[in-house]
Design a protein around this ligand. Structure first.
Ligand SMILES: NC(=O)C1=CN([C@@H]2O[C@H](COP(=O)(O)OP(=O)(O)OC[C@H]3O[C@@H](n4cnc5c(N)ncnc54)[C@H](OP(=O)(O)O)[C@@H]3O)[C@@H](O)[C@H]2O)C=CC1
Ligand SMILES: O=C(O)[C@@H]1CCC=N1
Length: 274
């Protein structure tokens, strides 16, 4: 197994699989990529596409199968892969980005289809498409050190990686960084709509909202101060920000809603496990 230049089979190239694909293709040393997805066009020389597992050429054995289908589609996908790859599957590991589904349950699916395979999990987010992803990562004990390193490095090539020691912590990762871009996009949406509501032209509203979130994000990424300090630096005593934050920070608004929202995502992740 070549850890510096692994070959991967990306199963599912929808929103998340497609974001990872874009990230890998733009990375310094892209892995060798086969994509399996009936919707993907075969028109890019940088990777190969098959529509079904049966179309995977016998000359291709992936080091890592990156599973990026919906949780409910996992069993069908794994079963078809095990059957099509045959004995070649014995040298592959599965890297799942599915919310909820445990390593054990995915490994059971492979075993039931006829081949034991180690399973690792990552919980990425869509900013991987622009190389700015954040992924939680967990390697089950069945995975070799080399497989764990390859999968870790694959995710590192498209953003940052936080390794968790306990698999159940991936539910929290999902509620923070996996789903998190949607919370930020919602804020962008709402700021833009508020700007229009109070009379600004739509294109100005859009630029103001987006550039504000981008600028604040860059400060969070590059400055040493914590978020609370950066917030306080904007908030002049008795000024405009204090007036706005007094609404956003009402007892029943954000301070309560954000942890509740993260808990709702954690709970849903646990439900998706079964
Ligand atoms: N979207 C996100 O931001 C994130 C998603 N995830 C996880 O990523 C996974 C995918 O989510 P998302 O990308 O949003 O979903 P999408 O529906 O956009 O993508 C899934 C893709 O997989 C295809 N697919 C389904 N079954 C198979 C199969 N047997 N073989 C090959 N391809 C198949 C689907 O095709 P078809 O539509 O025809 O079934 C579809 O193109 C989920 O498990 C989710 O939990 C994780 C982190 C973030
Ligand atoms: O909404 C979902 O279930 C997936 C997992 C994290 C982000 N999207």
């Amino acid at each position: 197994m070549a850890s510096s230049h692994p070959s991967i089979l990306l199963v599912g190239s929808g929103k998340m699989g497609g974001a990872m694909l874009d990230g890998w293709l733009a990375s310094k040393t892209p892995p060798k990529i086969f994509v399996m997805d009936r919707h993907k066009a075969n028109d890019d020389a940088r990777f190969s596409v098959v529509k079904t597992a049966e179309e995977i050429p016998s000359s291709f054995t992936p080091d890592i199968i990156v599973l990026a289908v919906k949780p409910a589609a996992a069993e069908t996908a794994i079963t078809s892969l095990v059957k099509a790859l045959g004995s070649r599957a014995s040298s592959c590991a599965i890297l799942s980005v599915l919310a909820g589904k445990t390593c054990l349950s995915l490994a059971e699916m492979a075993k039931n289809a006829g081949q034991a395979m180690p399973v690792l999990r990552a919980m990425p987010n869509t900013p991987t498409s622009v190389g700015a992803g954040m992924s939680g990562f967990f390697a089950s004990p069945e995975a070799s050190k080399t497989q764990a390193q390859i999968c870790h490095d694959l995710m590192l090539a498209i953003g940052e990686v936080v390794t968790v020691d306990k698999e159940e912590d991936l539910a929290t990762v999902t509620g923070i960084s996996g789903s998190g871009p949607a919370y930020v996009f919602l804020l962008a949406e709402l700021l833009e709509k508020a700007a229009v509501k109070y009379g600004l032209p739509a294109d100005s509203a859009r630029r103001l909202a987006r550039a504000t979130i981008y600028g604040a994000g860059r400060m969070l990424q590059t400055l040493p101060e914590d978020a609370e300090t950066l917030r306080k630096n904007v908030t002049s005593p008795n000024g405009t920000t204090a007036a706005a934050l007094s609404v956003l920070m009402e007892e029943n608004a954000w301070p309560k809603n954000v942890p509740e929202a993260v808990q709702a995502a954690r709970k849903r992740s646990d439900e998706l496990a079964s």
